[in-house]
Design a protein around this ligand. Structure first.
Ligand SMILES: Cc1ncc(COP(=O)(O)O)c(C=O)c1O
Length: 478
């Protein structure tokens, strides 16, 4: 029998320190219920520096906004603020909470996909920057700003960039082919939107392609020159998020997993996923179709190096995009979310039961549900850690699926079958690492009236080296 692929996650010392303290984790689960999300924000500094260094090396005027949509806690916003970052907000609630936390309106931008009147009113009154998506939004902002006899700071979100002959689709933003006419007609040649103060351009591309971002930035820089000739100064171009991070330790494991999944879906080896799900691949009449539709959990180029590749891309005039931005006096902005949260969080859940299903597969039921650790892509491909309450005498390897508490056949927490050294006992703990970026919060729901998981922040103190309950703070109380 082929061995099941393992996917060893990159971890940090703080995670292992914590996992070595079963007593503390048991007490936290007793106190707050299962699952709990634990945050330790130190790693955000290095994540931020990775970007900051790339900008500094290129001597580029820049501003980095933390996209807080990736995690709803206040502790990560506080840390981002302490690092000198701005905050990208996506709703009235995110925006207002940032203000209440004392963040200056100048450090806030609003990229919300839908902006209701109350949000626009608050943003205009406070003088933060709004990223505008469409003409209706322009009208709303114009109305709100004119009622207050003020100007609203805005940037235009652009989509529909050209990748050689191909146009990149996005449901967001103004089409690149339309925006020139729109701005010329409504902001330059007429007073229709005279309460909008144009500051810059913005894009956030779907997917994680460096090439797409190079083309999009280049096309925005070109468009800024068109606007400059018409007397409109572009102060910034914001390249959004979608910068890759690396979750896995070994490229070899990633390659083996990819090979084995293809073989399993083709029926050449036994299934390695629940119901032999292909995670984007499928076999039709013996032919394999599709592609893996998960986040690229292993990537060769990430964070600052990913950004550097964009900024040092040479356009047709053999000028790098950084050089061109500098020449035009344009600040480059970005909004990393996920990659800012690399190594910042983990999710701990308690084992409720074990059983064998009608196929003979072991199911380990956890006190959590699928929405409490859910990827926007086909699966979260990291091996979890099992913390056994009792030291196992013998080594009894077993392969399991972890199942959740929603009454859905598909509430299987990881689609992969996971090899373990022995079957967990009731009350053992399962730890999913690196879940702070989107995994814990983005899709969480309260079906069956289950409460949402408690979010804790761990103030790791080195005072006496001991980890105590008092060092964990409920994010609600921050
Ligand atoms: C406008 C905008 N900015 C920033 C981000 C953050 O992207 P990421 O978490 O991939 O860095 C997103 C994510 O969807 C977004 O829509």
């Amino acid at each position: 029998m082929a061995t099941l692929p393992t996917l060893t996650p990159i971890t940090s010392p703080w995670m292992h320190e914590l996992m070595g303290e079963m007593n503390v984790l048991n007490q936290l689960i007793d106190k707050f219920g299962s699952p709990i999300n634990i945050h330790q924000t130190d790693a955000m500094e290095e994540n931020y520096n990775s970007y900051h260094r790339a900008f500094e090396e290129l001597d580029l005027k820049h501003k980095i906004f933390f996209a807080r949509k990736a995690n709803k806690t206040k502790c990560v916003v506080q840390k981002a603020q302490a690092l000198g970052m701005g905050i990208d907000t996506a709703s009235l609630q995110e925006y207002m909470q940032c203000l209440e936390m004392g963040i200056s309106p100048e450090d806030l931008i609003v990229t919300a996909a839908v902006k209701n009147k109350l949000l626009v009113e608050k943003v205009v009154e406070n003088g933060s920057l709004l990223i505008i998506d469409n003409e209706d939004e322009c009208e709303l902002v114009q109305q709100v700003a004119s009622e207050r006899n003020t100007k609203a700071k805005i940037g235009f979100r652009i989509g529909g960039f050209f990748l050689k002959e191909r146009k990149l689709y996005s449901r967001f933003g103004f089409d690149l082919l339309e925006i020139d006419k729109f701005i010329t007609t409504n902001l330059i040649e007429s007073d229709r939107f005279n309460h909008l103060e144009y500051k810059g351009l913005h894009f956030h591309l779907n997917g994680y392609s460096i090439e797409h971002r190079c083309f999009a930035l280049n096309q925005c820089l070109s468009f800024s020159q068109v606007l400059a000739r018409k007397g409109l100064k572009t102060e910034f171009i914001d390249i959004g998020g979608g910068i890759l991070m690396n979750y896995l330790k070994h490229e070899t494991e990633w390659d083996y997993f990819n090979q084995q999944l293809r073989k399993a879906v083709s029926g050449k080896v036994r299934p390695i996923t629940f119901e032999n799900q292909g995670l984007g691949l499928e076999s039709l009449a013996g032919v394999l179709h599709g592609e893996l539709k998960t986040y690229p959990f292993w990537s060769p180029v990430t964070k600052g190096d990913f950004l550097r590749k964009i900024l040092t891309y040479k356009n047709n005039s053999q000028e790098t995009l950084a050089e061109l931005a500098n020449e035009l006096g344009i600040e480059i902005r970005m909004e990393p979310g996920r990659s800012m949260l690399d190594q910042v969080g983990l999710t701990v859940a308690k084992v409720a039961f074990r059983k064998q299903d009608s196929e003979g597969d072991w199911l380990v039921g956890l006190e959590m549900n699928m929405t409490q650790m859910l990827s926007g892509s086909a699966d979260f491909l990291l091996d979890p850690f099992v913390l056994y309450q009792e030291k196992e005498e013998e080594n009894n390897p077993v392969e399991v699926f972890f199942t959740g508490a929603y009454c859905l056949e598909r509430d299987v927490l990881l689609k992969r079958k996971i090899p373990l050294k022995s079957l967990p006992q009731i009350g053992d703990l399962v730890v999913f690492v690196n879940t702070a970026g989107y995994m814990m919060h983005f899709f969480e729901s309260s079906a069956h009236l289950f409460p949402l998981a408690t979010n804790l922040t761990w103030n790791r103190t080195t005072e006496n080296g001991k980890i105590e309950l008092a060092h964990f703070q409920n994010d609600e109380n921050l």
